[in-house]
Design a protein around this ligand. Structure first.
Ligand code: KG4
Ligand code: ZN
Length: 348
């Protein structure tokens, strides 16, 4: 069976045991997952620790590490799922957006495997997959719902009308929320990725420093001004007290996190008011943040929203979300051709 024609539309509803191997390699995590009939059988992730010492992802090192990790991680995912590769019905991969060298490794591997097994290929949009990570478990949102998608490269409010029908209502005009965490961490001398480290410090600190909230029209976001104000604030404080950061790390982190969370929550609240939608989800790496998770729950209770927060393993990059998205595409008969290439930049 080779269904790999672009635009080929055929429907497979009713077909059972649809088993998909999914590959995610858009940034610095190599991940493989096996999904059967929309259920996650395995979700394995090889995280690249080499980038920590450089304060950010080094693209060349990331693609080399993907090259090393991809075969072992696929073997592990198949083994954990108890699936032989001959049982696979399709191979899914992240086509973009992401780092070109990293994407190439996943795309090339997926193409070769699909060709070798003579099964279809399914391309997946990374940000669409972050949203559909909510369908990896129950309960999941009902349509239409709003999803605040916050990662290292994106900050978007998305109206989700159906699994494959999404509309961007607002997005960042400069840095992403994850970048705001990571760049602040760099200023504070923390390792990359700094988001989880700031989160941990914040839980021990108090919100005592006030950073301005940017006034950005409509449902769009901006985080570059915040980064600059943190930089100037610390520069001034360090002049008076060279140990200021060390002595106040927890309170600085709590204050920065509180401001990033309030920027996100204010826009999300406006989006809910404007659309009248009260099914509200968060997704992407920053949705692992404890401050954002509790702010969403609180606001949901105050405004009568039904809120959805993914399990930690489905917040940051993972192949399960790629496989879930691919399952919906499989049902719609949306397959990719063998001459497909990655897209480092790819609008939704
Ligand atoms: O979705 P993701 O794993 O990769 C991208 O697609 O970018 O998101 C990674 C981002 C990084 O910026 C990282 O610092 C941030 O998610 N992050 C967090 C937390 N965990 C991960 N930011 C704040 N708090 C966290 N607990
Ligand atoms: Zn991501």
């Amino acid at each position: 069976m080779n269904l790999s024609n672009p635009g080929n539309k055929s429907y497979f509803c009713g077909q059972m045991n649809i088993t998909i191997l999914a590959i995610e390699s858009s940034c610095d995590d190599t991940s493989a997952a096996v999904i059967r009939d929309g259920n996650v059988l395995s979700n394995c992730i090889a995280t690249q620790e080499i980038h920590q010492q450089y304060g950010g992802v080094v693209p060349e090192l990331a693609s080399r590490a993907h090259q090393v990790n991809i075969i072992p991680i696929v073997d592990t995912a198949l083994k954990e799922a108890g699936i032989n590769k001959k049982e696979l019905n399709a191979v899914a991969f992240t086509r973009g957006p992401g780092l070109m060298g990293s994407l190439i490794v996943g795309v090339s591997f997926a193409k070769a495997l699909a060709m070798g097994l003579d099964i279809p290929l399914i391309e997946v949009h990374h940000m669409q997959a972050h949203v559909l990570a909510h369908f990896a478990e129950l309960p999941h949102p009902t349509f239409p719902f709003l999803c605040l998608t916050v990662s290292g490269g994106h900050t978007q409010i998305i109206r989700v009308n159906a699994p494959l029908e999404m509309e961007i209502l607002g997005q960042t005009i400069d840095d992403a929320a994850g970048e705001a965490f990571d760049k602040t961490g760099k200023i504070l001398g923390l390792d990359y990725p700094a988001g989880p480290i700031i989160d941990r410090y914040a839980q021990q600190g108090k919100v005592v420093f006030d950073f301005p909230e940017p006034q950005i029209p409509e449902l769009n976001f901006s985080f570059s001004g915040l980064k600059t104000s943190i930089l100037y604030f610390l520069r001034d404080q360090l002049k008076a007290n060279p140990s200021f950061i060390k002595e106040n790390m927890a309170d600085i982190c709590a204050s920065v996190q509180d401001r990033i969370v309030s920027i996100l929550m204010n826009k999300l609240t406006t989006a809910a008011e404007l659309t009248g939608i009260s099914e509200i989800a968060i997704a992407g790496g920053v949705s692992a943040n404890s401050g954002l998770r509790s702010a969403l729950i609180q606001q949901g209770e105050a405004l009568g929203w039904k809120t959805y927060i993914p399990k930690f393993e489905y917040c940051t990059d993972n192949a399960a979300m790629i496989g879930i998205t691919a399952y919906y595409k499989y049902l719609e008969g949306e397959f990719s051709s063998q001459d497909i290439s990655p897209k480092a930049r790819w609008g939704m």
